[in-house]
Design a protein. Structure first.
Length: 124
């Protein structure tokens, strides 16, 4: 019987600049504190680890077979339309028992749009 635990993987672009990753690591830390150590992970598309494949493998080794990927991108583009699905396909081929969901990019979420509206209003 597969474990019903679920993990959310925050997908970011990645950068060779180590400082670039710090806000995302901070967000991951905050979410882990609030939601539990095993519920949230960060995955990078390129340049730095962990990758989508590495986070998927870690989940399986930890007995977690229900994964949701949340792209922390402003909109759908090449990474969201092509690159993430290709990486997810390789996870599914390796572990067909995985239940995987790719969520819409963060920037397209109605709550994110509302947050930006509030920030703009404060700035004006």
């Amino acid at each position: 019987m597969l474990d019903s635990k679920k993990r959310l993987i925050l997908v970011v672009h990645g950068s060779r600049d180590p400082a670039w990753l710090l806000p995302f690591k901070k967000l991951e830390h905050i979410l882990k504190e609030e939601m539990g150590e095993h519920t949230v992970r960060l995955a990078c598309m390129q340049f730095v680890s962990p990758s989508i494949e590495e986070t998927g493998e870690e989940a399986v080794k930890g007995g977690i077979f229900n994964l949701s990927f949340l792209p922390l991108f402003m909109s759908t583009g090449g990474h969201v339309e092509r690159d993430i699905p290709v990486k997810i396909k390789s996870l599914r081929e390796k572990w067909p028992e995985l239940k995987i969901e790719i969520l819409p990019p963060l920037g397209e979420h109605p709550k994110f749009i509302q947050l930006v509206r509030e920030i703009v209003k404060e700035a004006l």
